[in-house]
Design a protein around this ligand. Structure first.
Ligand code: AVJ
Length: 314
């Protein structure tokens, strides 16, 4: 784990255009900051998708054609705290659907929490948490005859460049049977005046989230990044539909990472690309689905048309 971290940081900072993988935001502090991000007034994504799961769960159940099943496996990739999903679970439970809820996460801690909260709030729902790699777990589930419904929410796919998102969906499709369905939550392309504040909030929480990556490198790789000489810079154009976050060196400086036995030079104004958050429309998603056998069969949006949950079928 730490070896991969070391290697990825070295690779990213050695590149001509410096970059660091966004997956490393999520240490204990990063997890807590992301919870704060989801509560920020500017961060519309979570609220919009919650609106869909709270107010349109009947439509969602219809779109997923669940009435025709006697039993299904409801698998969630990267479930987090399950706030949105619990709205759907509640509706399914009230209507006496027969299903297993199987959240998959790499964090044992997150799964333990989720299990406890589902058990107490929805005691009749059968939950079997699975820790590990998404695709290994899906490959196991595929062995059974039961239909699988996969939830991949929160526009988490947006962190992947299009080519990688394509590979991800292809791999997901490979691990499903014909007729299995996917709920893919994505943020929609919209004006800069709405997107940019979501990544540049007034309280500076996103700035702390971004800078925490350097704090983490300092701690885990014995480095000496001066947090005060880097600033948070988000960018977005509606034409491209991709938000990007950078850390910008405000001065000419050298940073030493002892665990790598290396120093990295920064010129004044030099950027480190730390995150890509892609926004979608039908065309872009269709292109990304490409040759995979997943087809769009429906699409639900929140009342303000900010966010979409696409229903895909293999
Ligand atoms: C969890 C990947 C969907 O890209 O909007 C929030 C992460 N980064 N603020 C996003 C994030 C900065 C978020 N995703």
């Amino acid at each position: 784990m730490n070896k991969n971290f070391q290697k990825d940081i070295d690779l990213g900072l050695s590149a001509t255009n410096k970059t660091l993988p966004s997956k490393y935001f999520y240490d204990e502090i990063g997890d807590a900051l992301f919870v704060e991000i989801m509560k920020m007034p500017e961060y519309y994504l979570t609220k919009a998708e919650f609106d869909i799961f709270k107010n349109q769960n009947q439509k969602l159940i219809k779109a997923l054609k669940l009435e025709t099943t006697t039993f299904f496996e409801l698998v969630e990739l990267g479930a987090g705290d399950g706030t949105k999903t619990k709205q759907l679970l509640k509706a399914l439970d009230q209507q006496q659907y027969n299903f297993d809820y199987a959240p998959i996460d790499i964090s044992e801690h997150a799964l333990k929490h989720l299990k406890a909260s589902v058990n107490s709030e929805l005691p009749k729902v059968k939950i079997s948490t699975k820790q590990g790699d998404y695709f290994n777990v899906l490959a196991d589930l595929k062995q059974s005859e039961d239909p699988i419904i996969v939830l991949f929410l929160g526009s988490n796919i947006g962190n992947l460049p299009d080519a990688r998102a394509k590979e991800f969906l292809q791999k997901l499709s490979d691990n499903l049977k014909n007729g299995d369905r996917v709920v893919l939550g994505v943020d929609l392309i919209k004006p800069e005046s709405i997107v940019l504040p979501a990544y540049n909030d007034a309280q500076g929480i996103t700035k702390r989230f971004n800078l925490n990556l350097l704090t983490r490198i300092n701690r885990e790789l014995d480095a000496n990044f001066d947090i005060n000489s880097f600033k948070h810079l988000p960018e977005y154009t509606e034409k491209e539909g991709i938000a990007r976050s950078f850390l910008v060196s405000t001065t000419k400086q050298t940073v030493t990472i002892k665990n790598l036995n290396k120093s990295f030079n920064f010129i004044e104004g030099e950027k480190i690309h730390t995150e890509t958050s892609r926004k979608y429309n039908d065309q872009i998603l269709t292109d990304i689905l490409g040759q995979s056998s997943l087809k769009i069969i429906d699409r639900l949006t929140d009342s303000q048309n900010l966010f979409a949950d696409y229903i895909l079928e293999k």
